[in-house]
Design a protein around this ligand. Structure first.
Ligand SMILES: Cc1cc2nc3c(=O)[nH]c(=O)nc-3n(C[C@H](O)[C@H](O)[C@H](O)COP(=O)(O)O)c2cc1C
Length: 249
């Protein structure tokens, strides 16, 4: 599966199959989390539980099934760390999706005491990401949860601030914005816009409801990158609200 296919396929998985991860897949995840720890400097941690047991206790009101693997996204308690958690966490989500696994960003609806995570001074557990095989058939309840939250989706054009109409933006910018819209955000608030002025792309928070918008900012930047790369445009983001995307040609 290509990364773009993963962008299109990913949804928040709230129904997991009983099937545990096979050892080879688990090993790939472990290695990838190790790479992300090195690249980001963030102390991400991967938890596993014996088959049939839960690696994290998820709220029964939102989730079904038992998930045996969980990533704990730990980082500093400041906006830059929160953004990095978003960026590298979404990198992990796209990787797991490409392995055929279901994932969900979870900041609130889980039992924090159920995760035996190590948290250093000045750090916090921002989110967990349960990782497992999605149930073959999504139960009606989980379908309804997603449909009702996604019903608030903003129009694609609303994600762009520019003098240029959406259809006249470069293809790689259009695809990057499409990826942001397809991506996850806390309570589906979709708080990140792309600003396109004089050929320069930047990312702006148009809404700052709470600290989780900085997770959303990092997620949106990673999603944008996936869209741009699918059109052959590589680049690198500056961190921060208003950070620019620098194309590598
Ligand atoms: C930072 C963050 C925190 C989230 N926390 C939760 C959560 O606590 N519980 C939950 O069920 N979904 C949570 N979500 C998932 C969002 O509700 C979901 O991404 C959004 O509704 C869009 O749906 P989709 O991911 O299926 O496309 C979270 C997403 C993000 C990005």
């Amino acid at each position: 599966m290509t990364e773009w296919e993963a962008v299109e396929k990913r949804i928040s998985c709230r129904a997991y199959a009983a099937q545990p991860l096979d050892e080879a897949t688990l090993q790939k995840l472990r290695s990838y989390v190790e790479e992300l720890r090195k690249a980001s400097g963030l102390p991400f941690q991967l938890f596993t539980a014996p088959a049939g047991e839960a690696a994290v206790k998820l709220s029964g009101a939102m989730f079904s099934g038992t998930v045996s693997v969980c990533a704990a996204l730990v980082g500093g308690d400041d906006p830059l760390s929160a953004e990095k958690v978003g960026y590298y966490g979404q990198d992990l989500v796209l990787y797991a999706t490409r392995l055929g696994l279901g994932t969900c960003w979870v900041a609130g609806t889980f039992d924090r005491a159920s995760v035996a995570v190590t948290i250093g001074d000045g750090e916090k557990l921002w989110d967990v990401i349960p990782i497992g095989y999605a149930a073959q058939k999504i139960p009606a309840k989980q379908k309804l949860i997603r449909a009702s939250i996604r019903a608030r989706d903003r129009a694609l054009e609303a994600f762009v601030e520019s003098d240029v109409p959406f259809s006249s933006l470069p293809e790689w910018v259009q695809k990057g914005v499409t990826a942001i819209r397809l991506g996850p955000s806390a309570v589906n608030q979709q708080p990140v816009n792309i600003v396109y002025k004089n050929g320069q792309v930047s990312a702006r928070l148009w809404k700052k409801a709470n600290d989780l918008v900085y997770n959303d900012l990092g997620i949106a930047k990673r999603q944008f990158e996936a869209g741009a790369v699918a059109c052959g445009m590589n680049g690198q983001w500056d961190w921060g609200d208003g950070g620019e995307f620098h194309c590598c040609v």
